[in-house]
Design a protein around this ligand. Structure first.
Ligand SMILES: C[S@@+](CC[C@H](N)C(=O)[O-])C[C@H]1O[C@@H](n2cnc3c(N)ncnc32)[C@H](O)[C@@H]1O
Length: 300
């Protein structure tokens, strides 16, 4: 990201969630009723109209087939996982690269007893805090905002200074972020999670397949989407380029070597099987990313 500019990709993923959430229950993949509240004015107006929002998503699907399905499927997957983690009794939730993630404000089970740390680039977070204030009239007590540039600062300093407790059972959400970071920043963040969280803590995130970054995906359509992104999307979105990936089929090894176990490996086909019912059955999920949840191996 360029210094001083809020993330436009965060705005775009939020628009996709807002548009989807306006659809009738039987026809939508995920439901984020607060998404529209976090949008910049012109996108908010578009999202208010089911017809206009539908046209924009249809156009996005034409330009980047399967990408809307991927964004919405991963939100549903993470929402479902968060529900389970709340039932299991997590004590802290850390949302890394939070963007306009509204989970802290729409999951009832959180506000009562779970401290939420929203970690994000300061440029995006400043805008987010204004929008939360506008929506709720105040910043909730159980939400702590932690500004950080993953490339330049260490999570250790920032989170501890804001009251993060390394002995508590914590769930980390890292949605739509890893591919924009260097391998070093990804490794440091995973190491922080492993070394600084209580028993039973886990992380959920998506990652690009390495071949996709090399423009050598087996699915030709994917190479075309990525080329179009580099040409049109990246310059528009303040240079959010895809620079990090994991070789397809190796996420278990990758995470096991970094101190995780109980690795739940999910892909677009899993989303289709689990979530694409009824009218959505013919929908597409692009083969760009994998999705994973993994638990921190017990120490000692
Ligand atoms: C595609 S958005 C995803 C936002 C949100 N998690 C979602 O799924 O809607 C990428 C997010 O990563 C954050 N980000 C990108 N590079 C970053 C960096 N170097 N340090 C901190 N955050 C970064 C952006 O601020 C933005 O919120």
């Amino acid at each position: 990201m360029k210094k001083g500019k809020p993330s436009l990709t965060a705005e775009l993923t939020t628009f996709a969630r807002a548009a989807e959430s306006a659809r009738p229950e039987a026809k939508r993949l995920c439901h984020d009723p607060l998404a529209k509240e976090f949008l910049v004015a012109p996108l908010k107006i578009l999202a208010r109209s089911r017809i206009l929002a539908g046209v924009v998503i249809w156009w996005a699907e034409r330009l980047a087939p399967g990408v809307p399905g991927e964004i919405l499927g991963r939100t549903k997957y993470i929402d479902d996982s968060l529900k389970t983690r709340i039932d299991e009794g997590i004590e802290q939730l850390v949302i890394l690269g939070a963007g306009y993630d509204s989970r802290a404000y729409r999951f009832d089970g959180l506000s009562q007893r779970v401290k939420v740390f929203e970690v994000d680039h300061p440029a995006t977070q400043r805008v987010k805090m204004k929008r939360v204030g506008r929506l709720l009239g105040h910043l909730p007590d159980n939400v702590v905002f932690v500004p950080i540039d993953f490339e330049e600062e260490r999570l250790h300093h920032k989170l501890f200074e804001k009251g993060y407790d390394r002995t508590k059972k914590t769930f980390f959400i890292w949605e739509g972020v890893t591919y924009y970071l260097t391998a070093k920043a990804v490794d440091e963040t995973l190491a922080f999670v492993v070394e600084n969280s209580g028993v039973g803590s886990s992380i959920i995130f998506d990652y690009a397949f390495e071949k996709v970054l090399e423009g050598a995906s087996d699915v030709e359509q994917v190479n075309r989407i990525l080329k179009a992104w580099e040409r049109i999307g990246a310059p528009l979105t303040a240079d959010e380029h895809f620079i990090f990936g994991v070789k397809e089929g190796t996420i278990q090894e990758f995470l096991s070597a970094r101190g995780f176990y109980q690795i739940e490996n999910v892909n677009g086909d899993s989303f289709k099987a689990a979530y694409f019912k009824g009218m959505k059955q013919s929908g597409d999920v692009s083969h760009i990313c994998g999705f994973v949840r993994a638990t921190v191996k017990p120490r000692g």
